[in-house]
Design a protein around this ligand. Sequence first.
Ligand code: CA
Length: 237
Amino acid sequence: MTRNPELIYVVEDELDVARLIRAALEKFGFRTEVFRTAEAFFHGVRHRVPDLVILDLGLPDMDGMAVLQQLRSKHTCGLLVLTGRGDVYDRVMGLELGADDYVVKPYEPREMIARVRSILRRYPRQPVVPADPTQRVAEFAGWRFETGSNTLVGPDGQQETLSTAEAQLLSVLLAHPNHILTREQLLGGRDVSALDRSIDLRISRLRRRFEENPQHAKLIKTVYGAGYLLAATVTWS
Ligand code: CA
């Protein structure tokens, strides 16, 4: 699979600082998007949740702590806070409110990259559908799934064609076997507050395909309070 670089949102109203951060991140192979206001940032997050956010607490349109809390209440992603020298209160509050780490400005680019990498190791990647969906075959637990044609072949050789929605969900599960995936990740990182039930419904349809007992699902397991997990070894060809 082609490695998909991590996506990092930089929220910083000072353009010079944002430019330096972006240059450092891109030099180390990260994809970045810069937002100068909280409003623009939340608009971006609604479109796509990044792997990590670098957040300046001093934004022009919203209190930094409020930005942090709002992000944390809805989304799971890495969060590195930028604070001014001597802002001990900001650092402590930022960590209390759920930031993973902080960097004091003016920062050392290598230190920032090291902290970014360390945070990313704590979060599973946002799921991505396999790079070339036209030619991928996954084999798992006696089953076989062909992504190009949405064909599911059972252990008995019987074939079924999945709906696009089912096939997308299965592709994400197959791309991250034995990892807990949140509903948000299963939906490709979109805000799911309104869609919780639709993902549960799709999961139950998929389980029916695998003839699973929903109370004792062995292949697509429910992890209470967290999400779902595909318990299988997956071989892609
Ligand atoms: Ca600022």
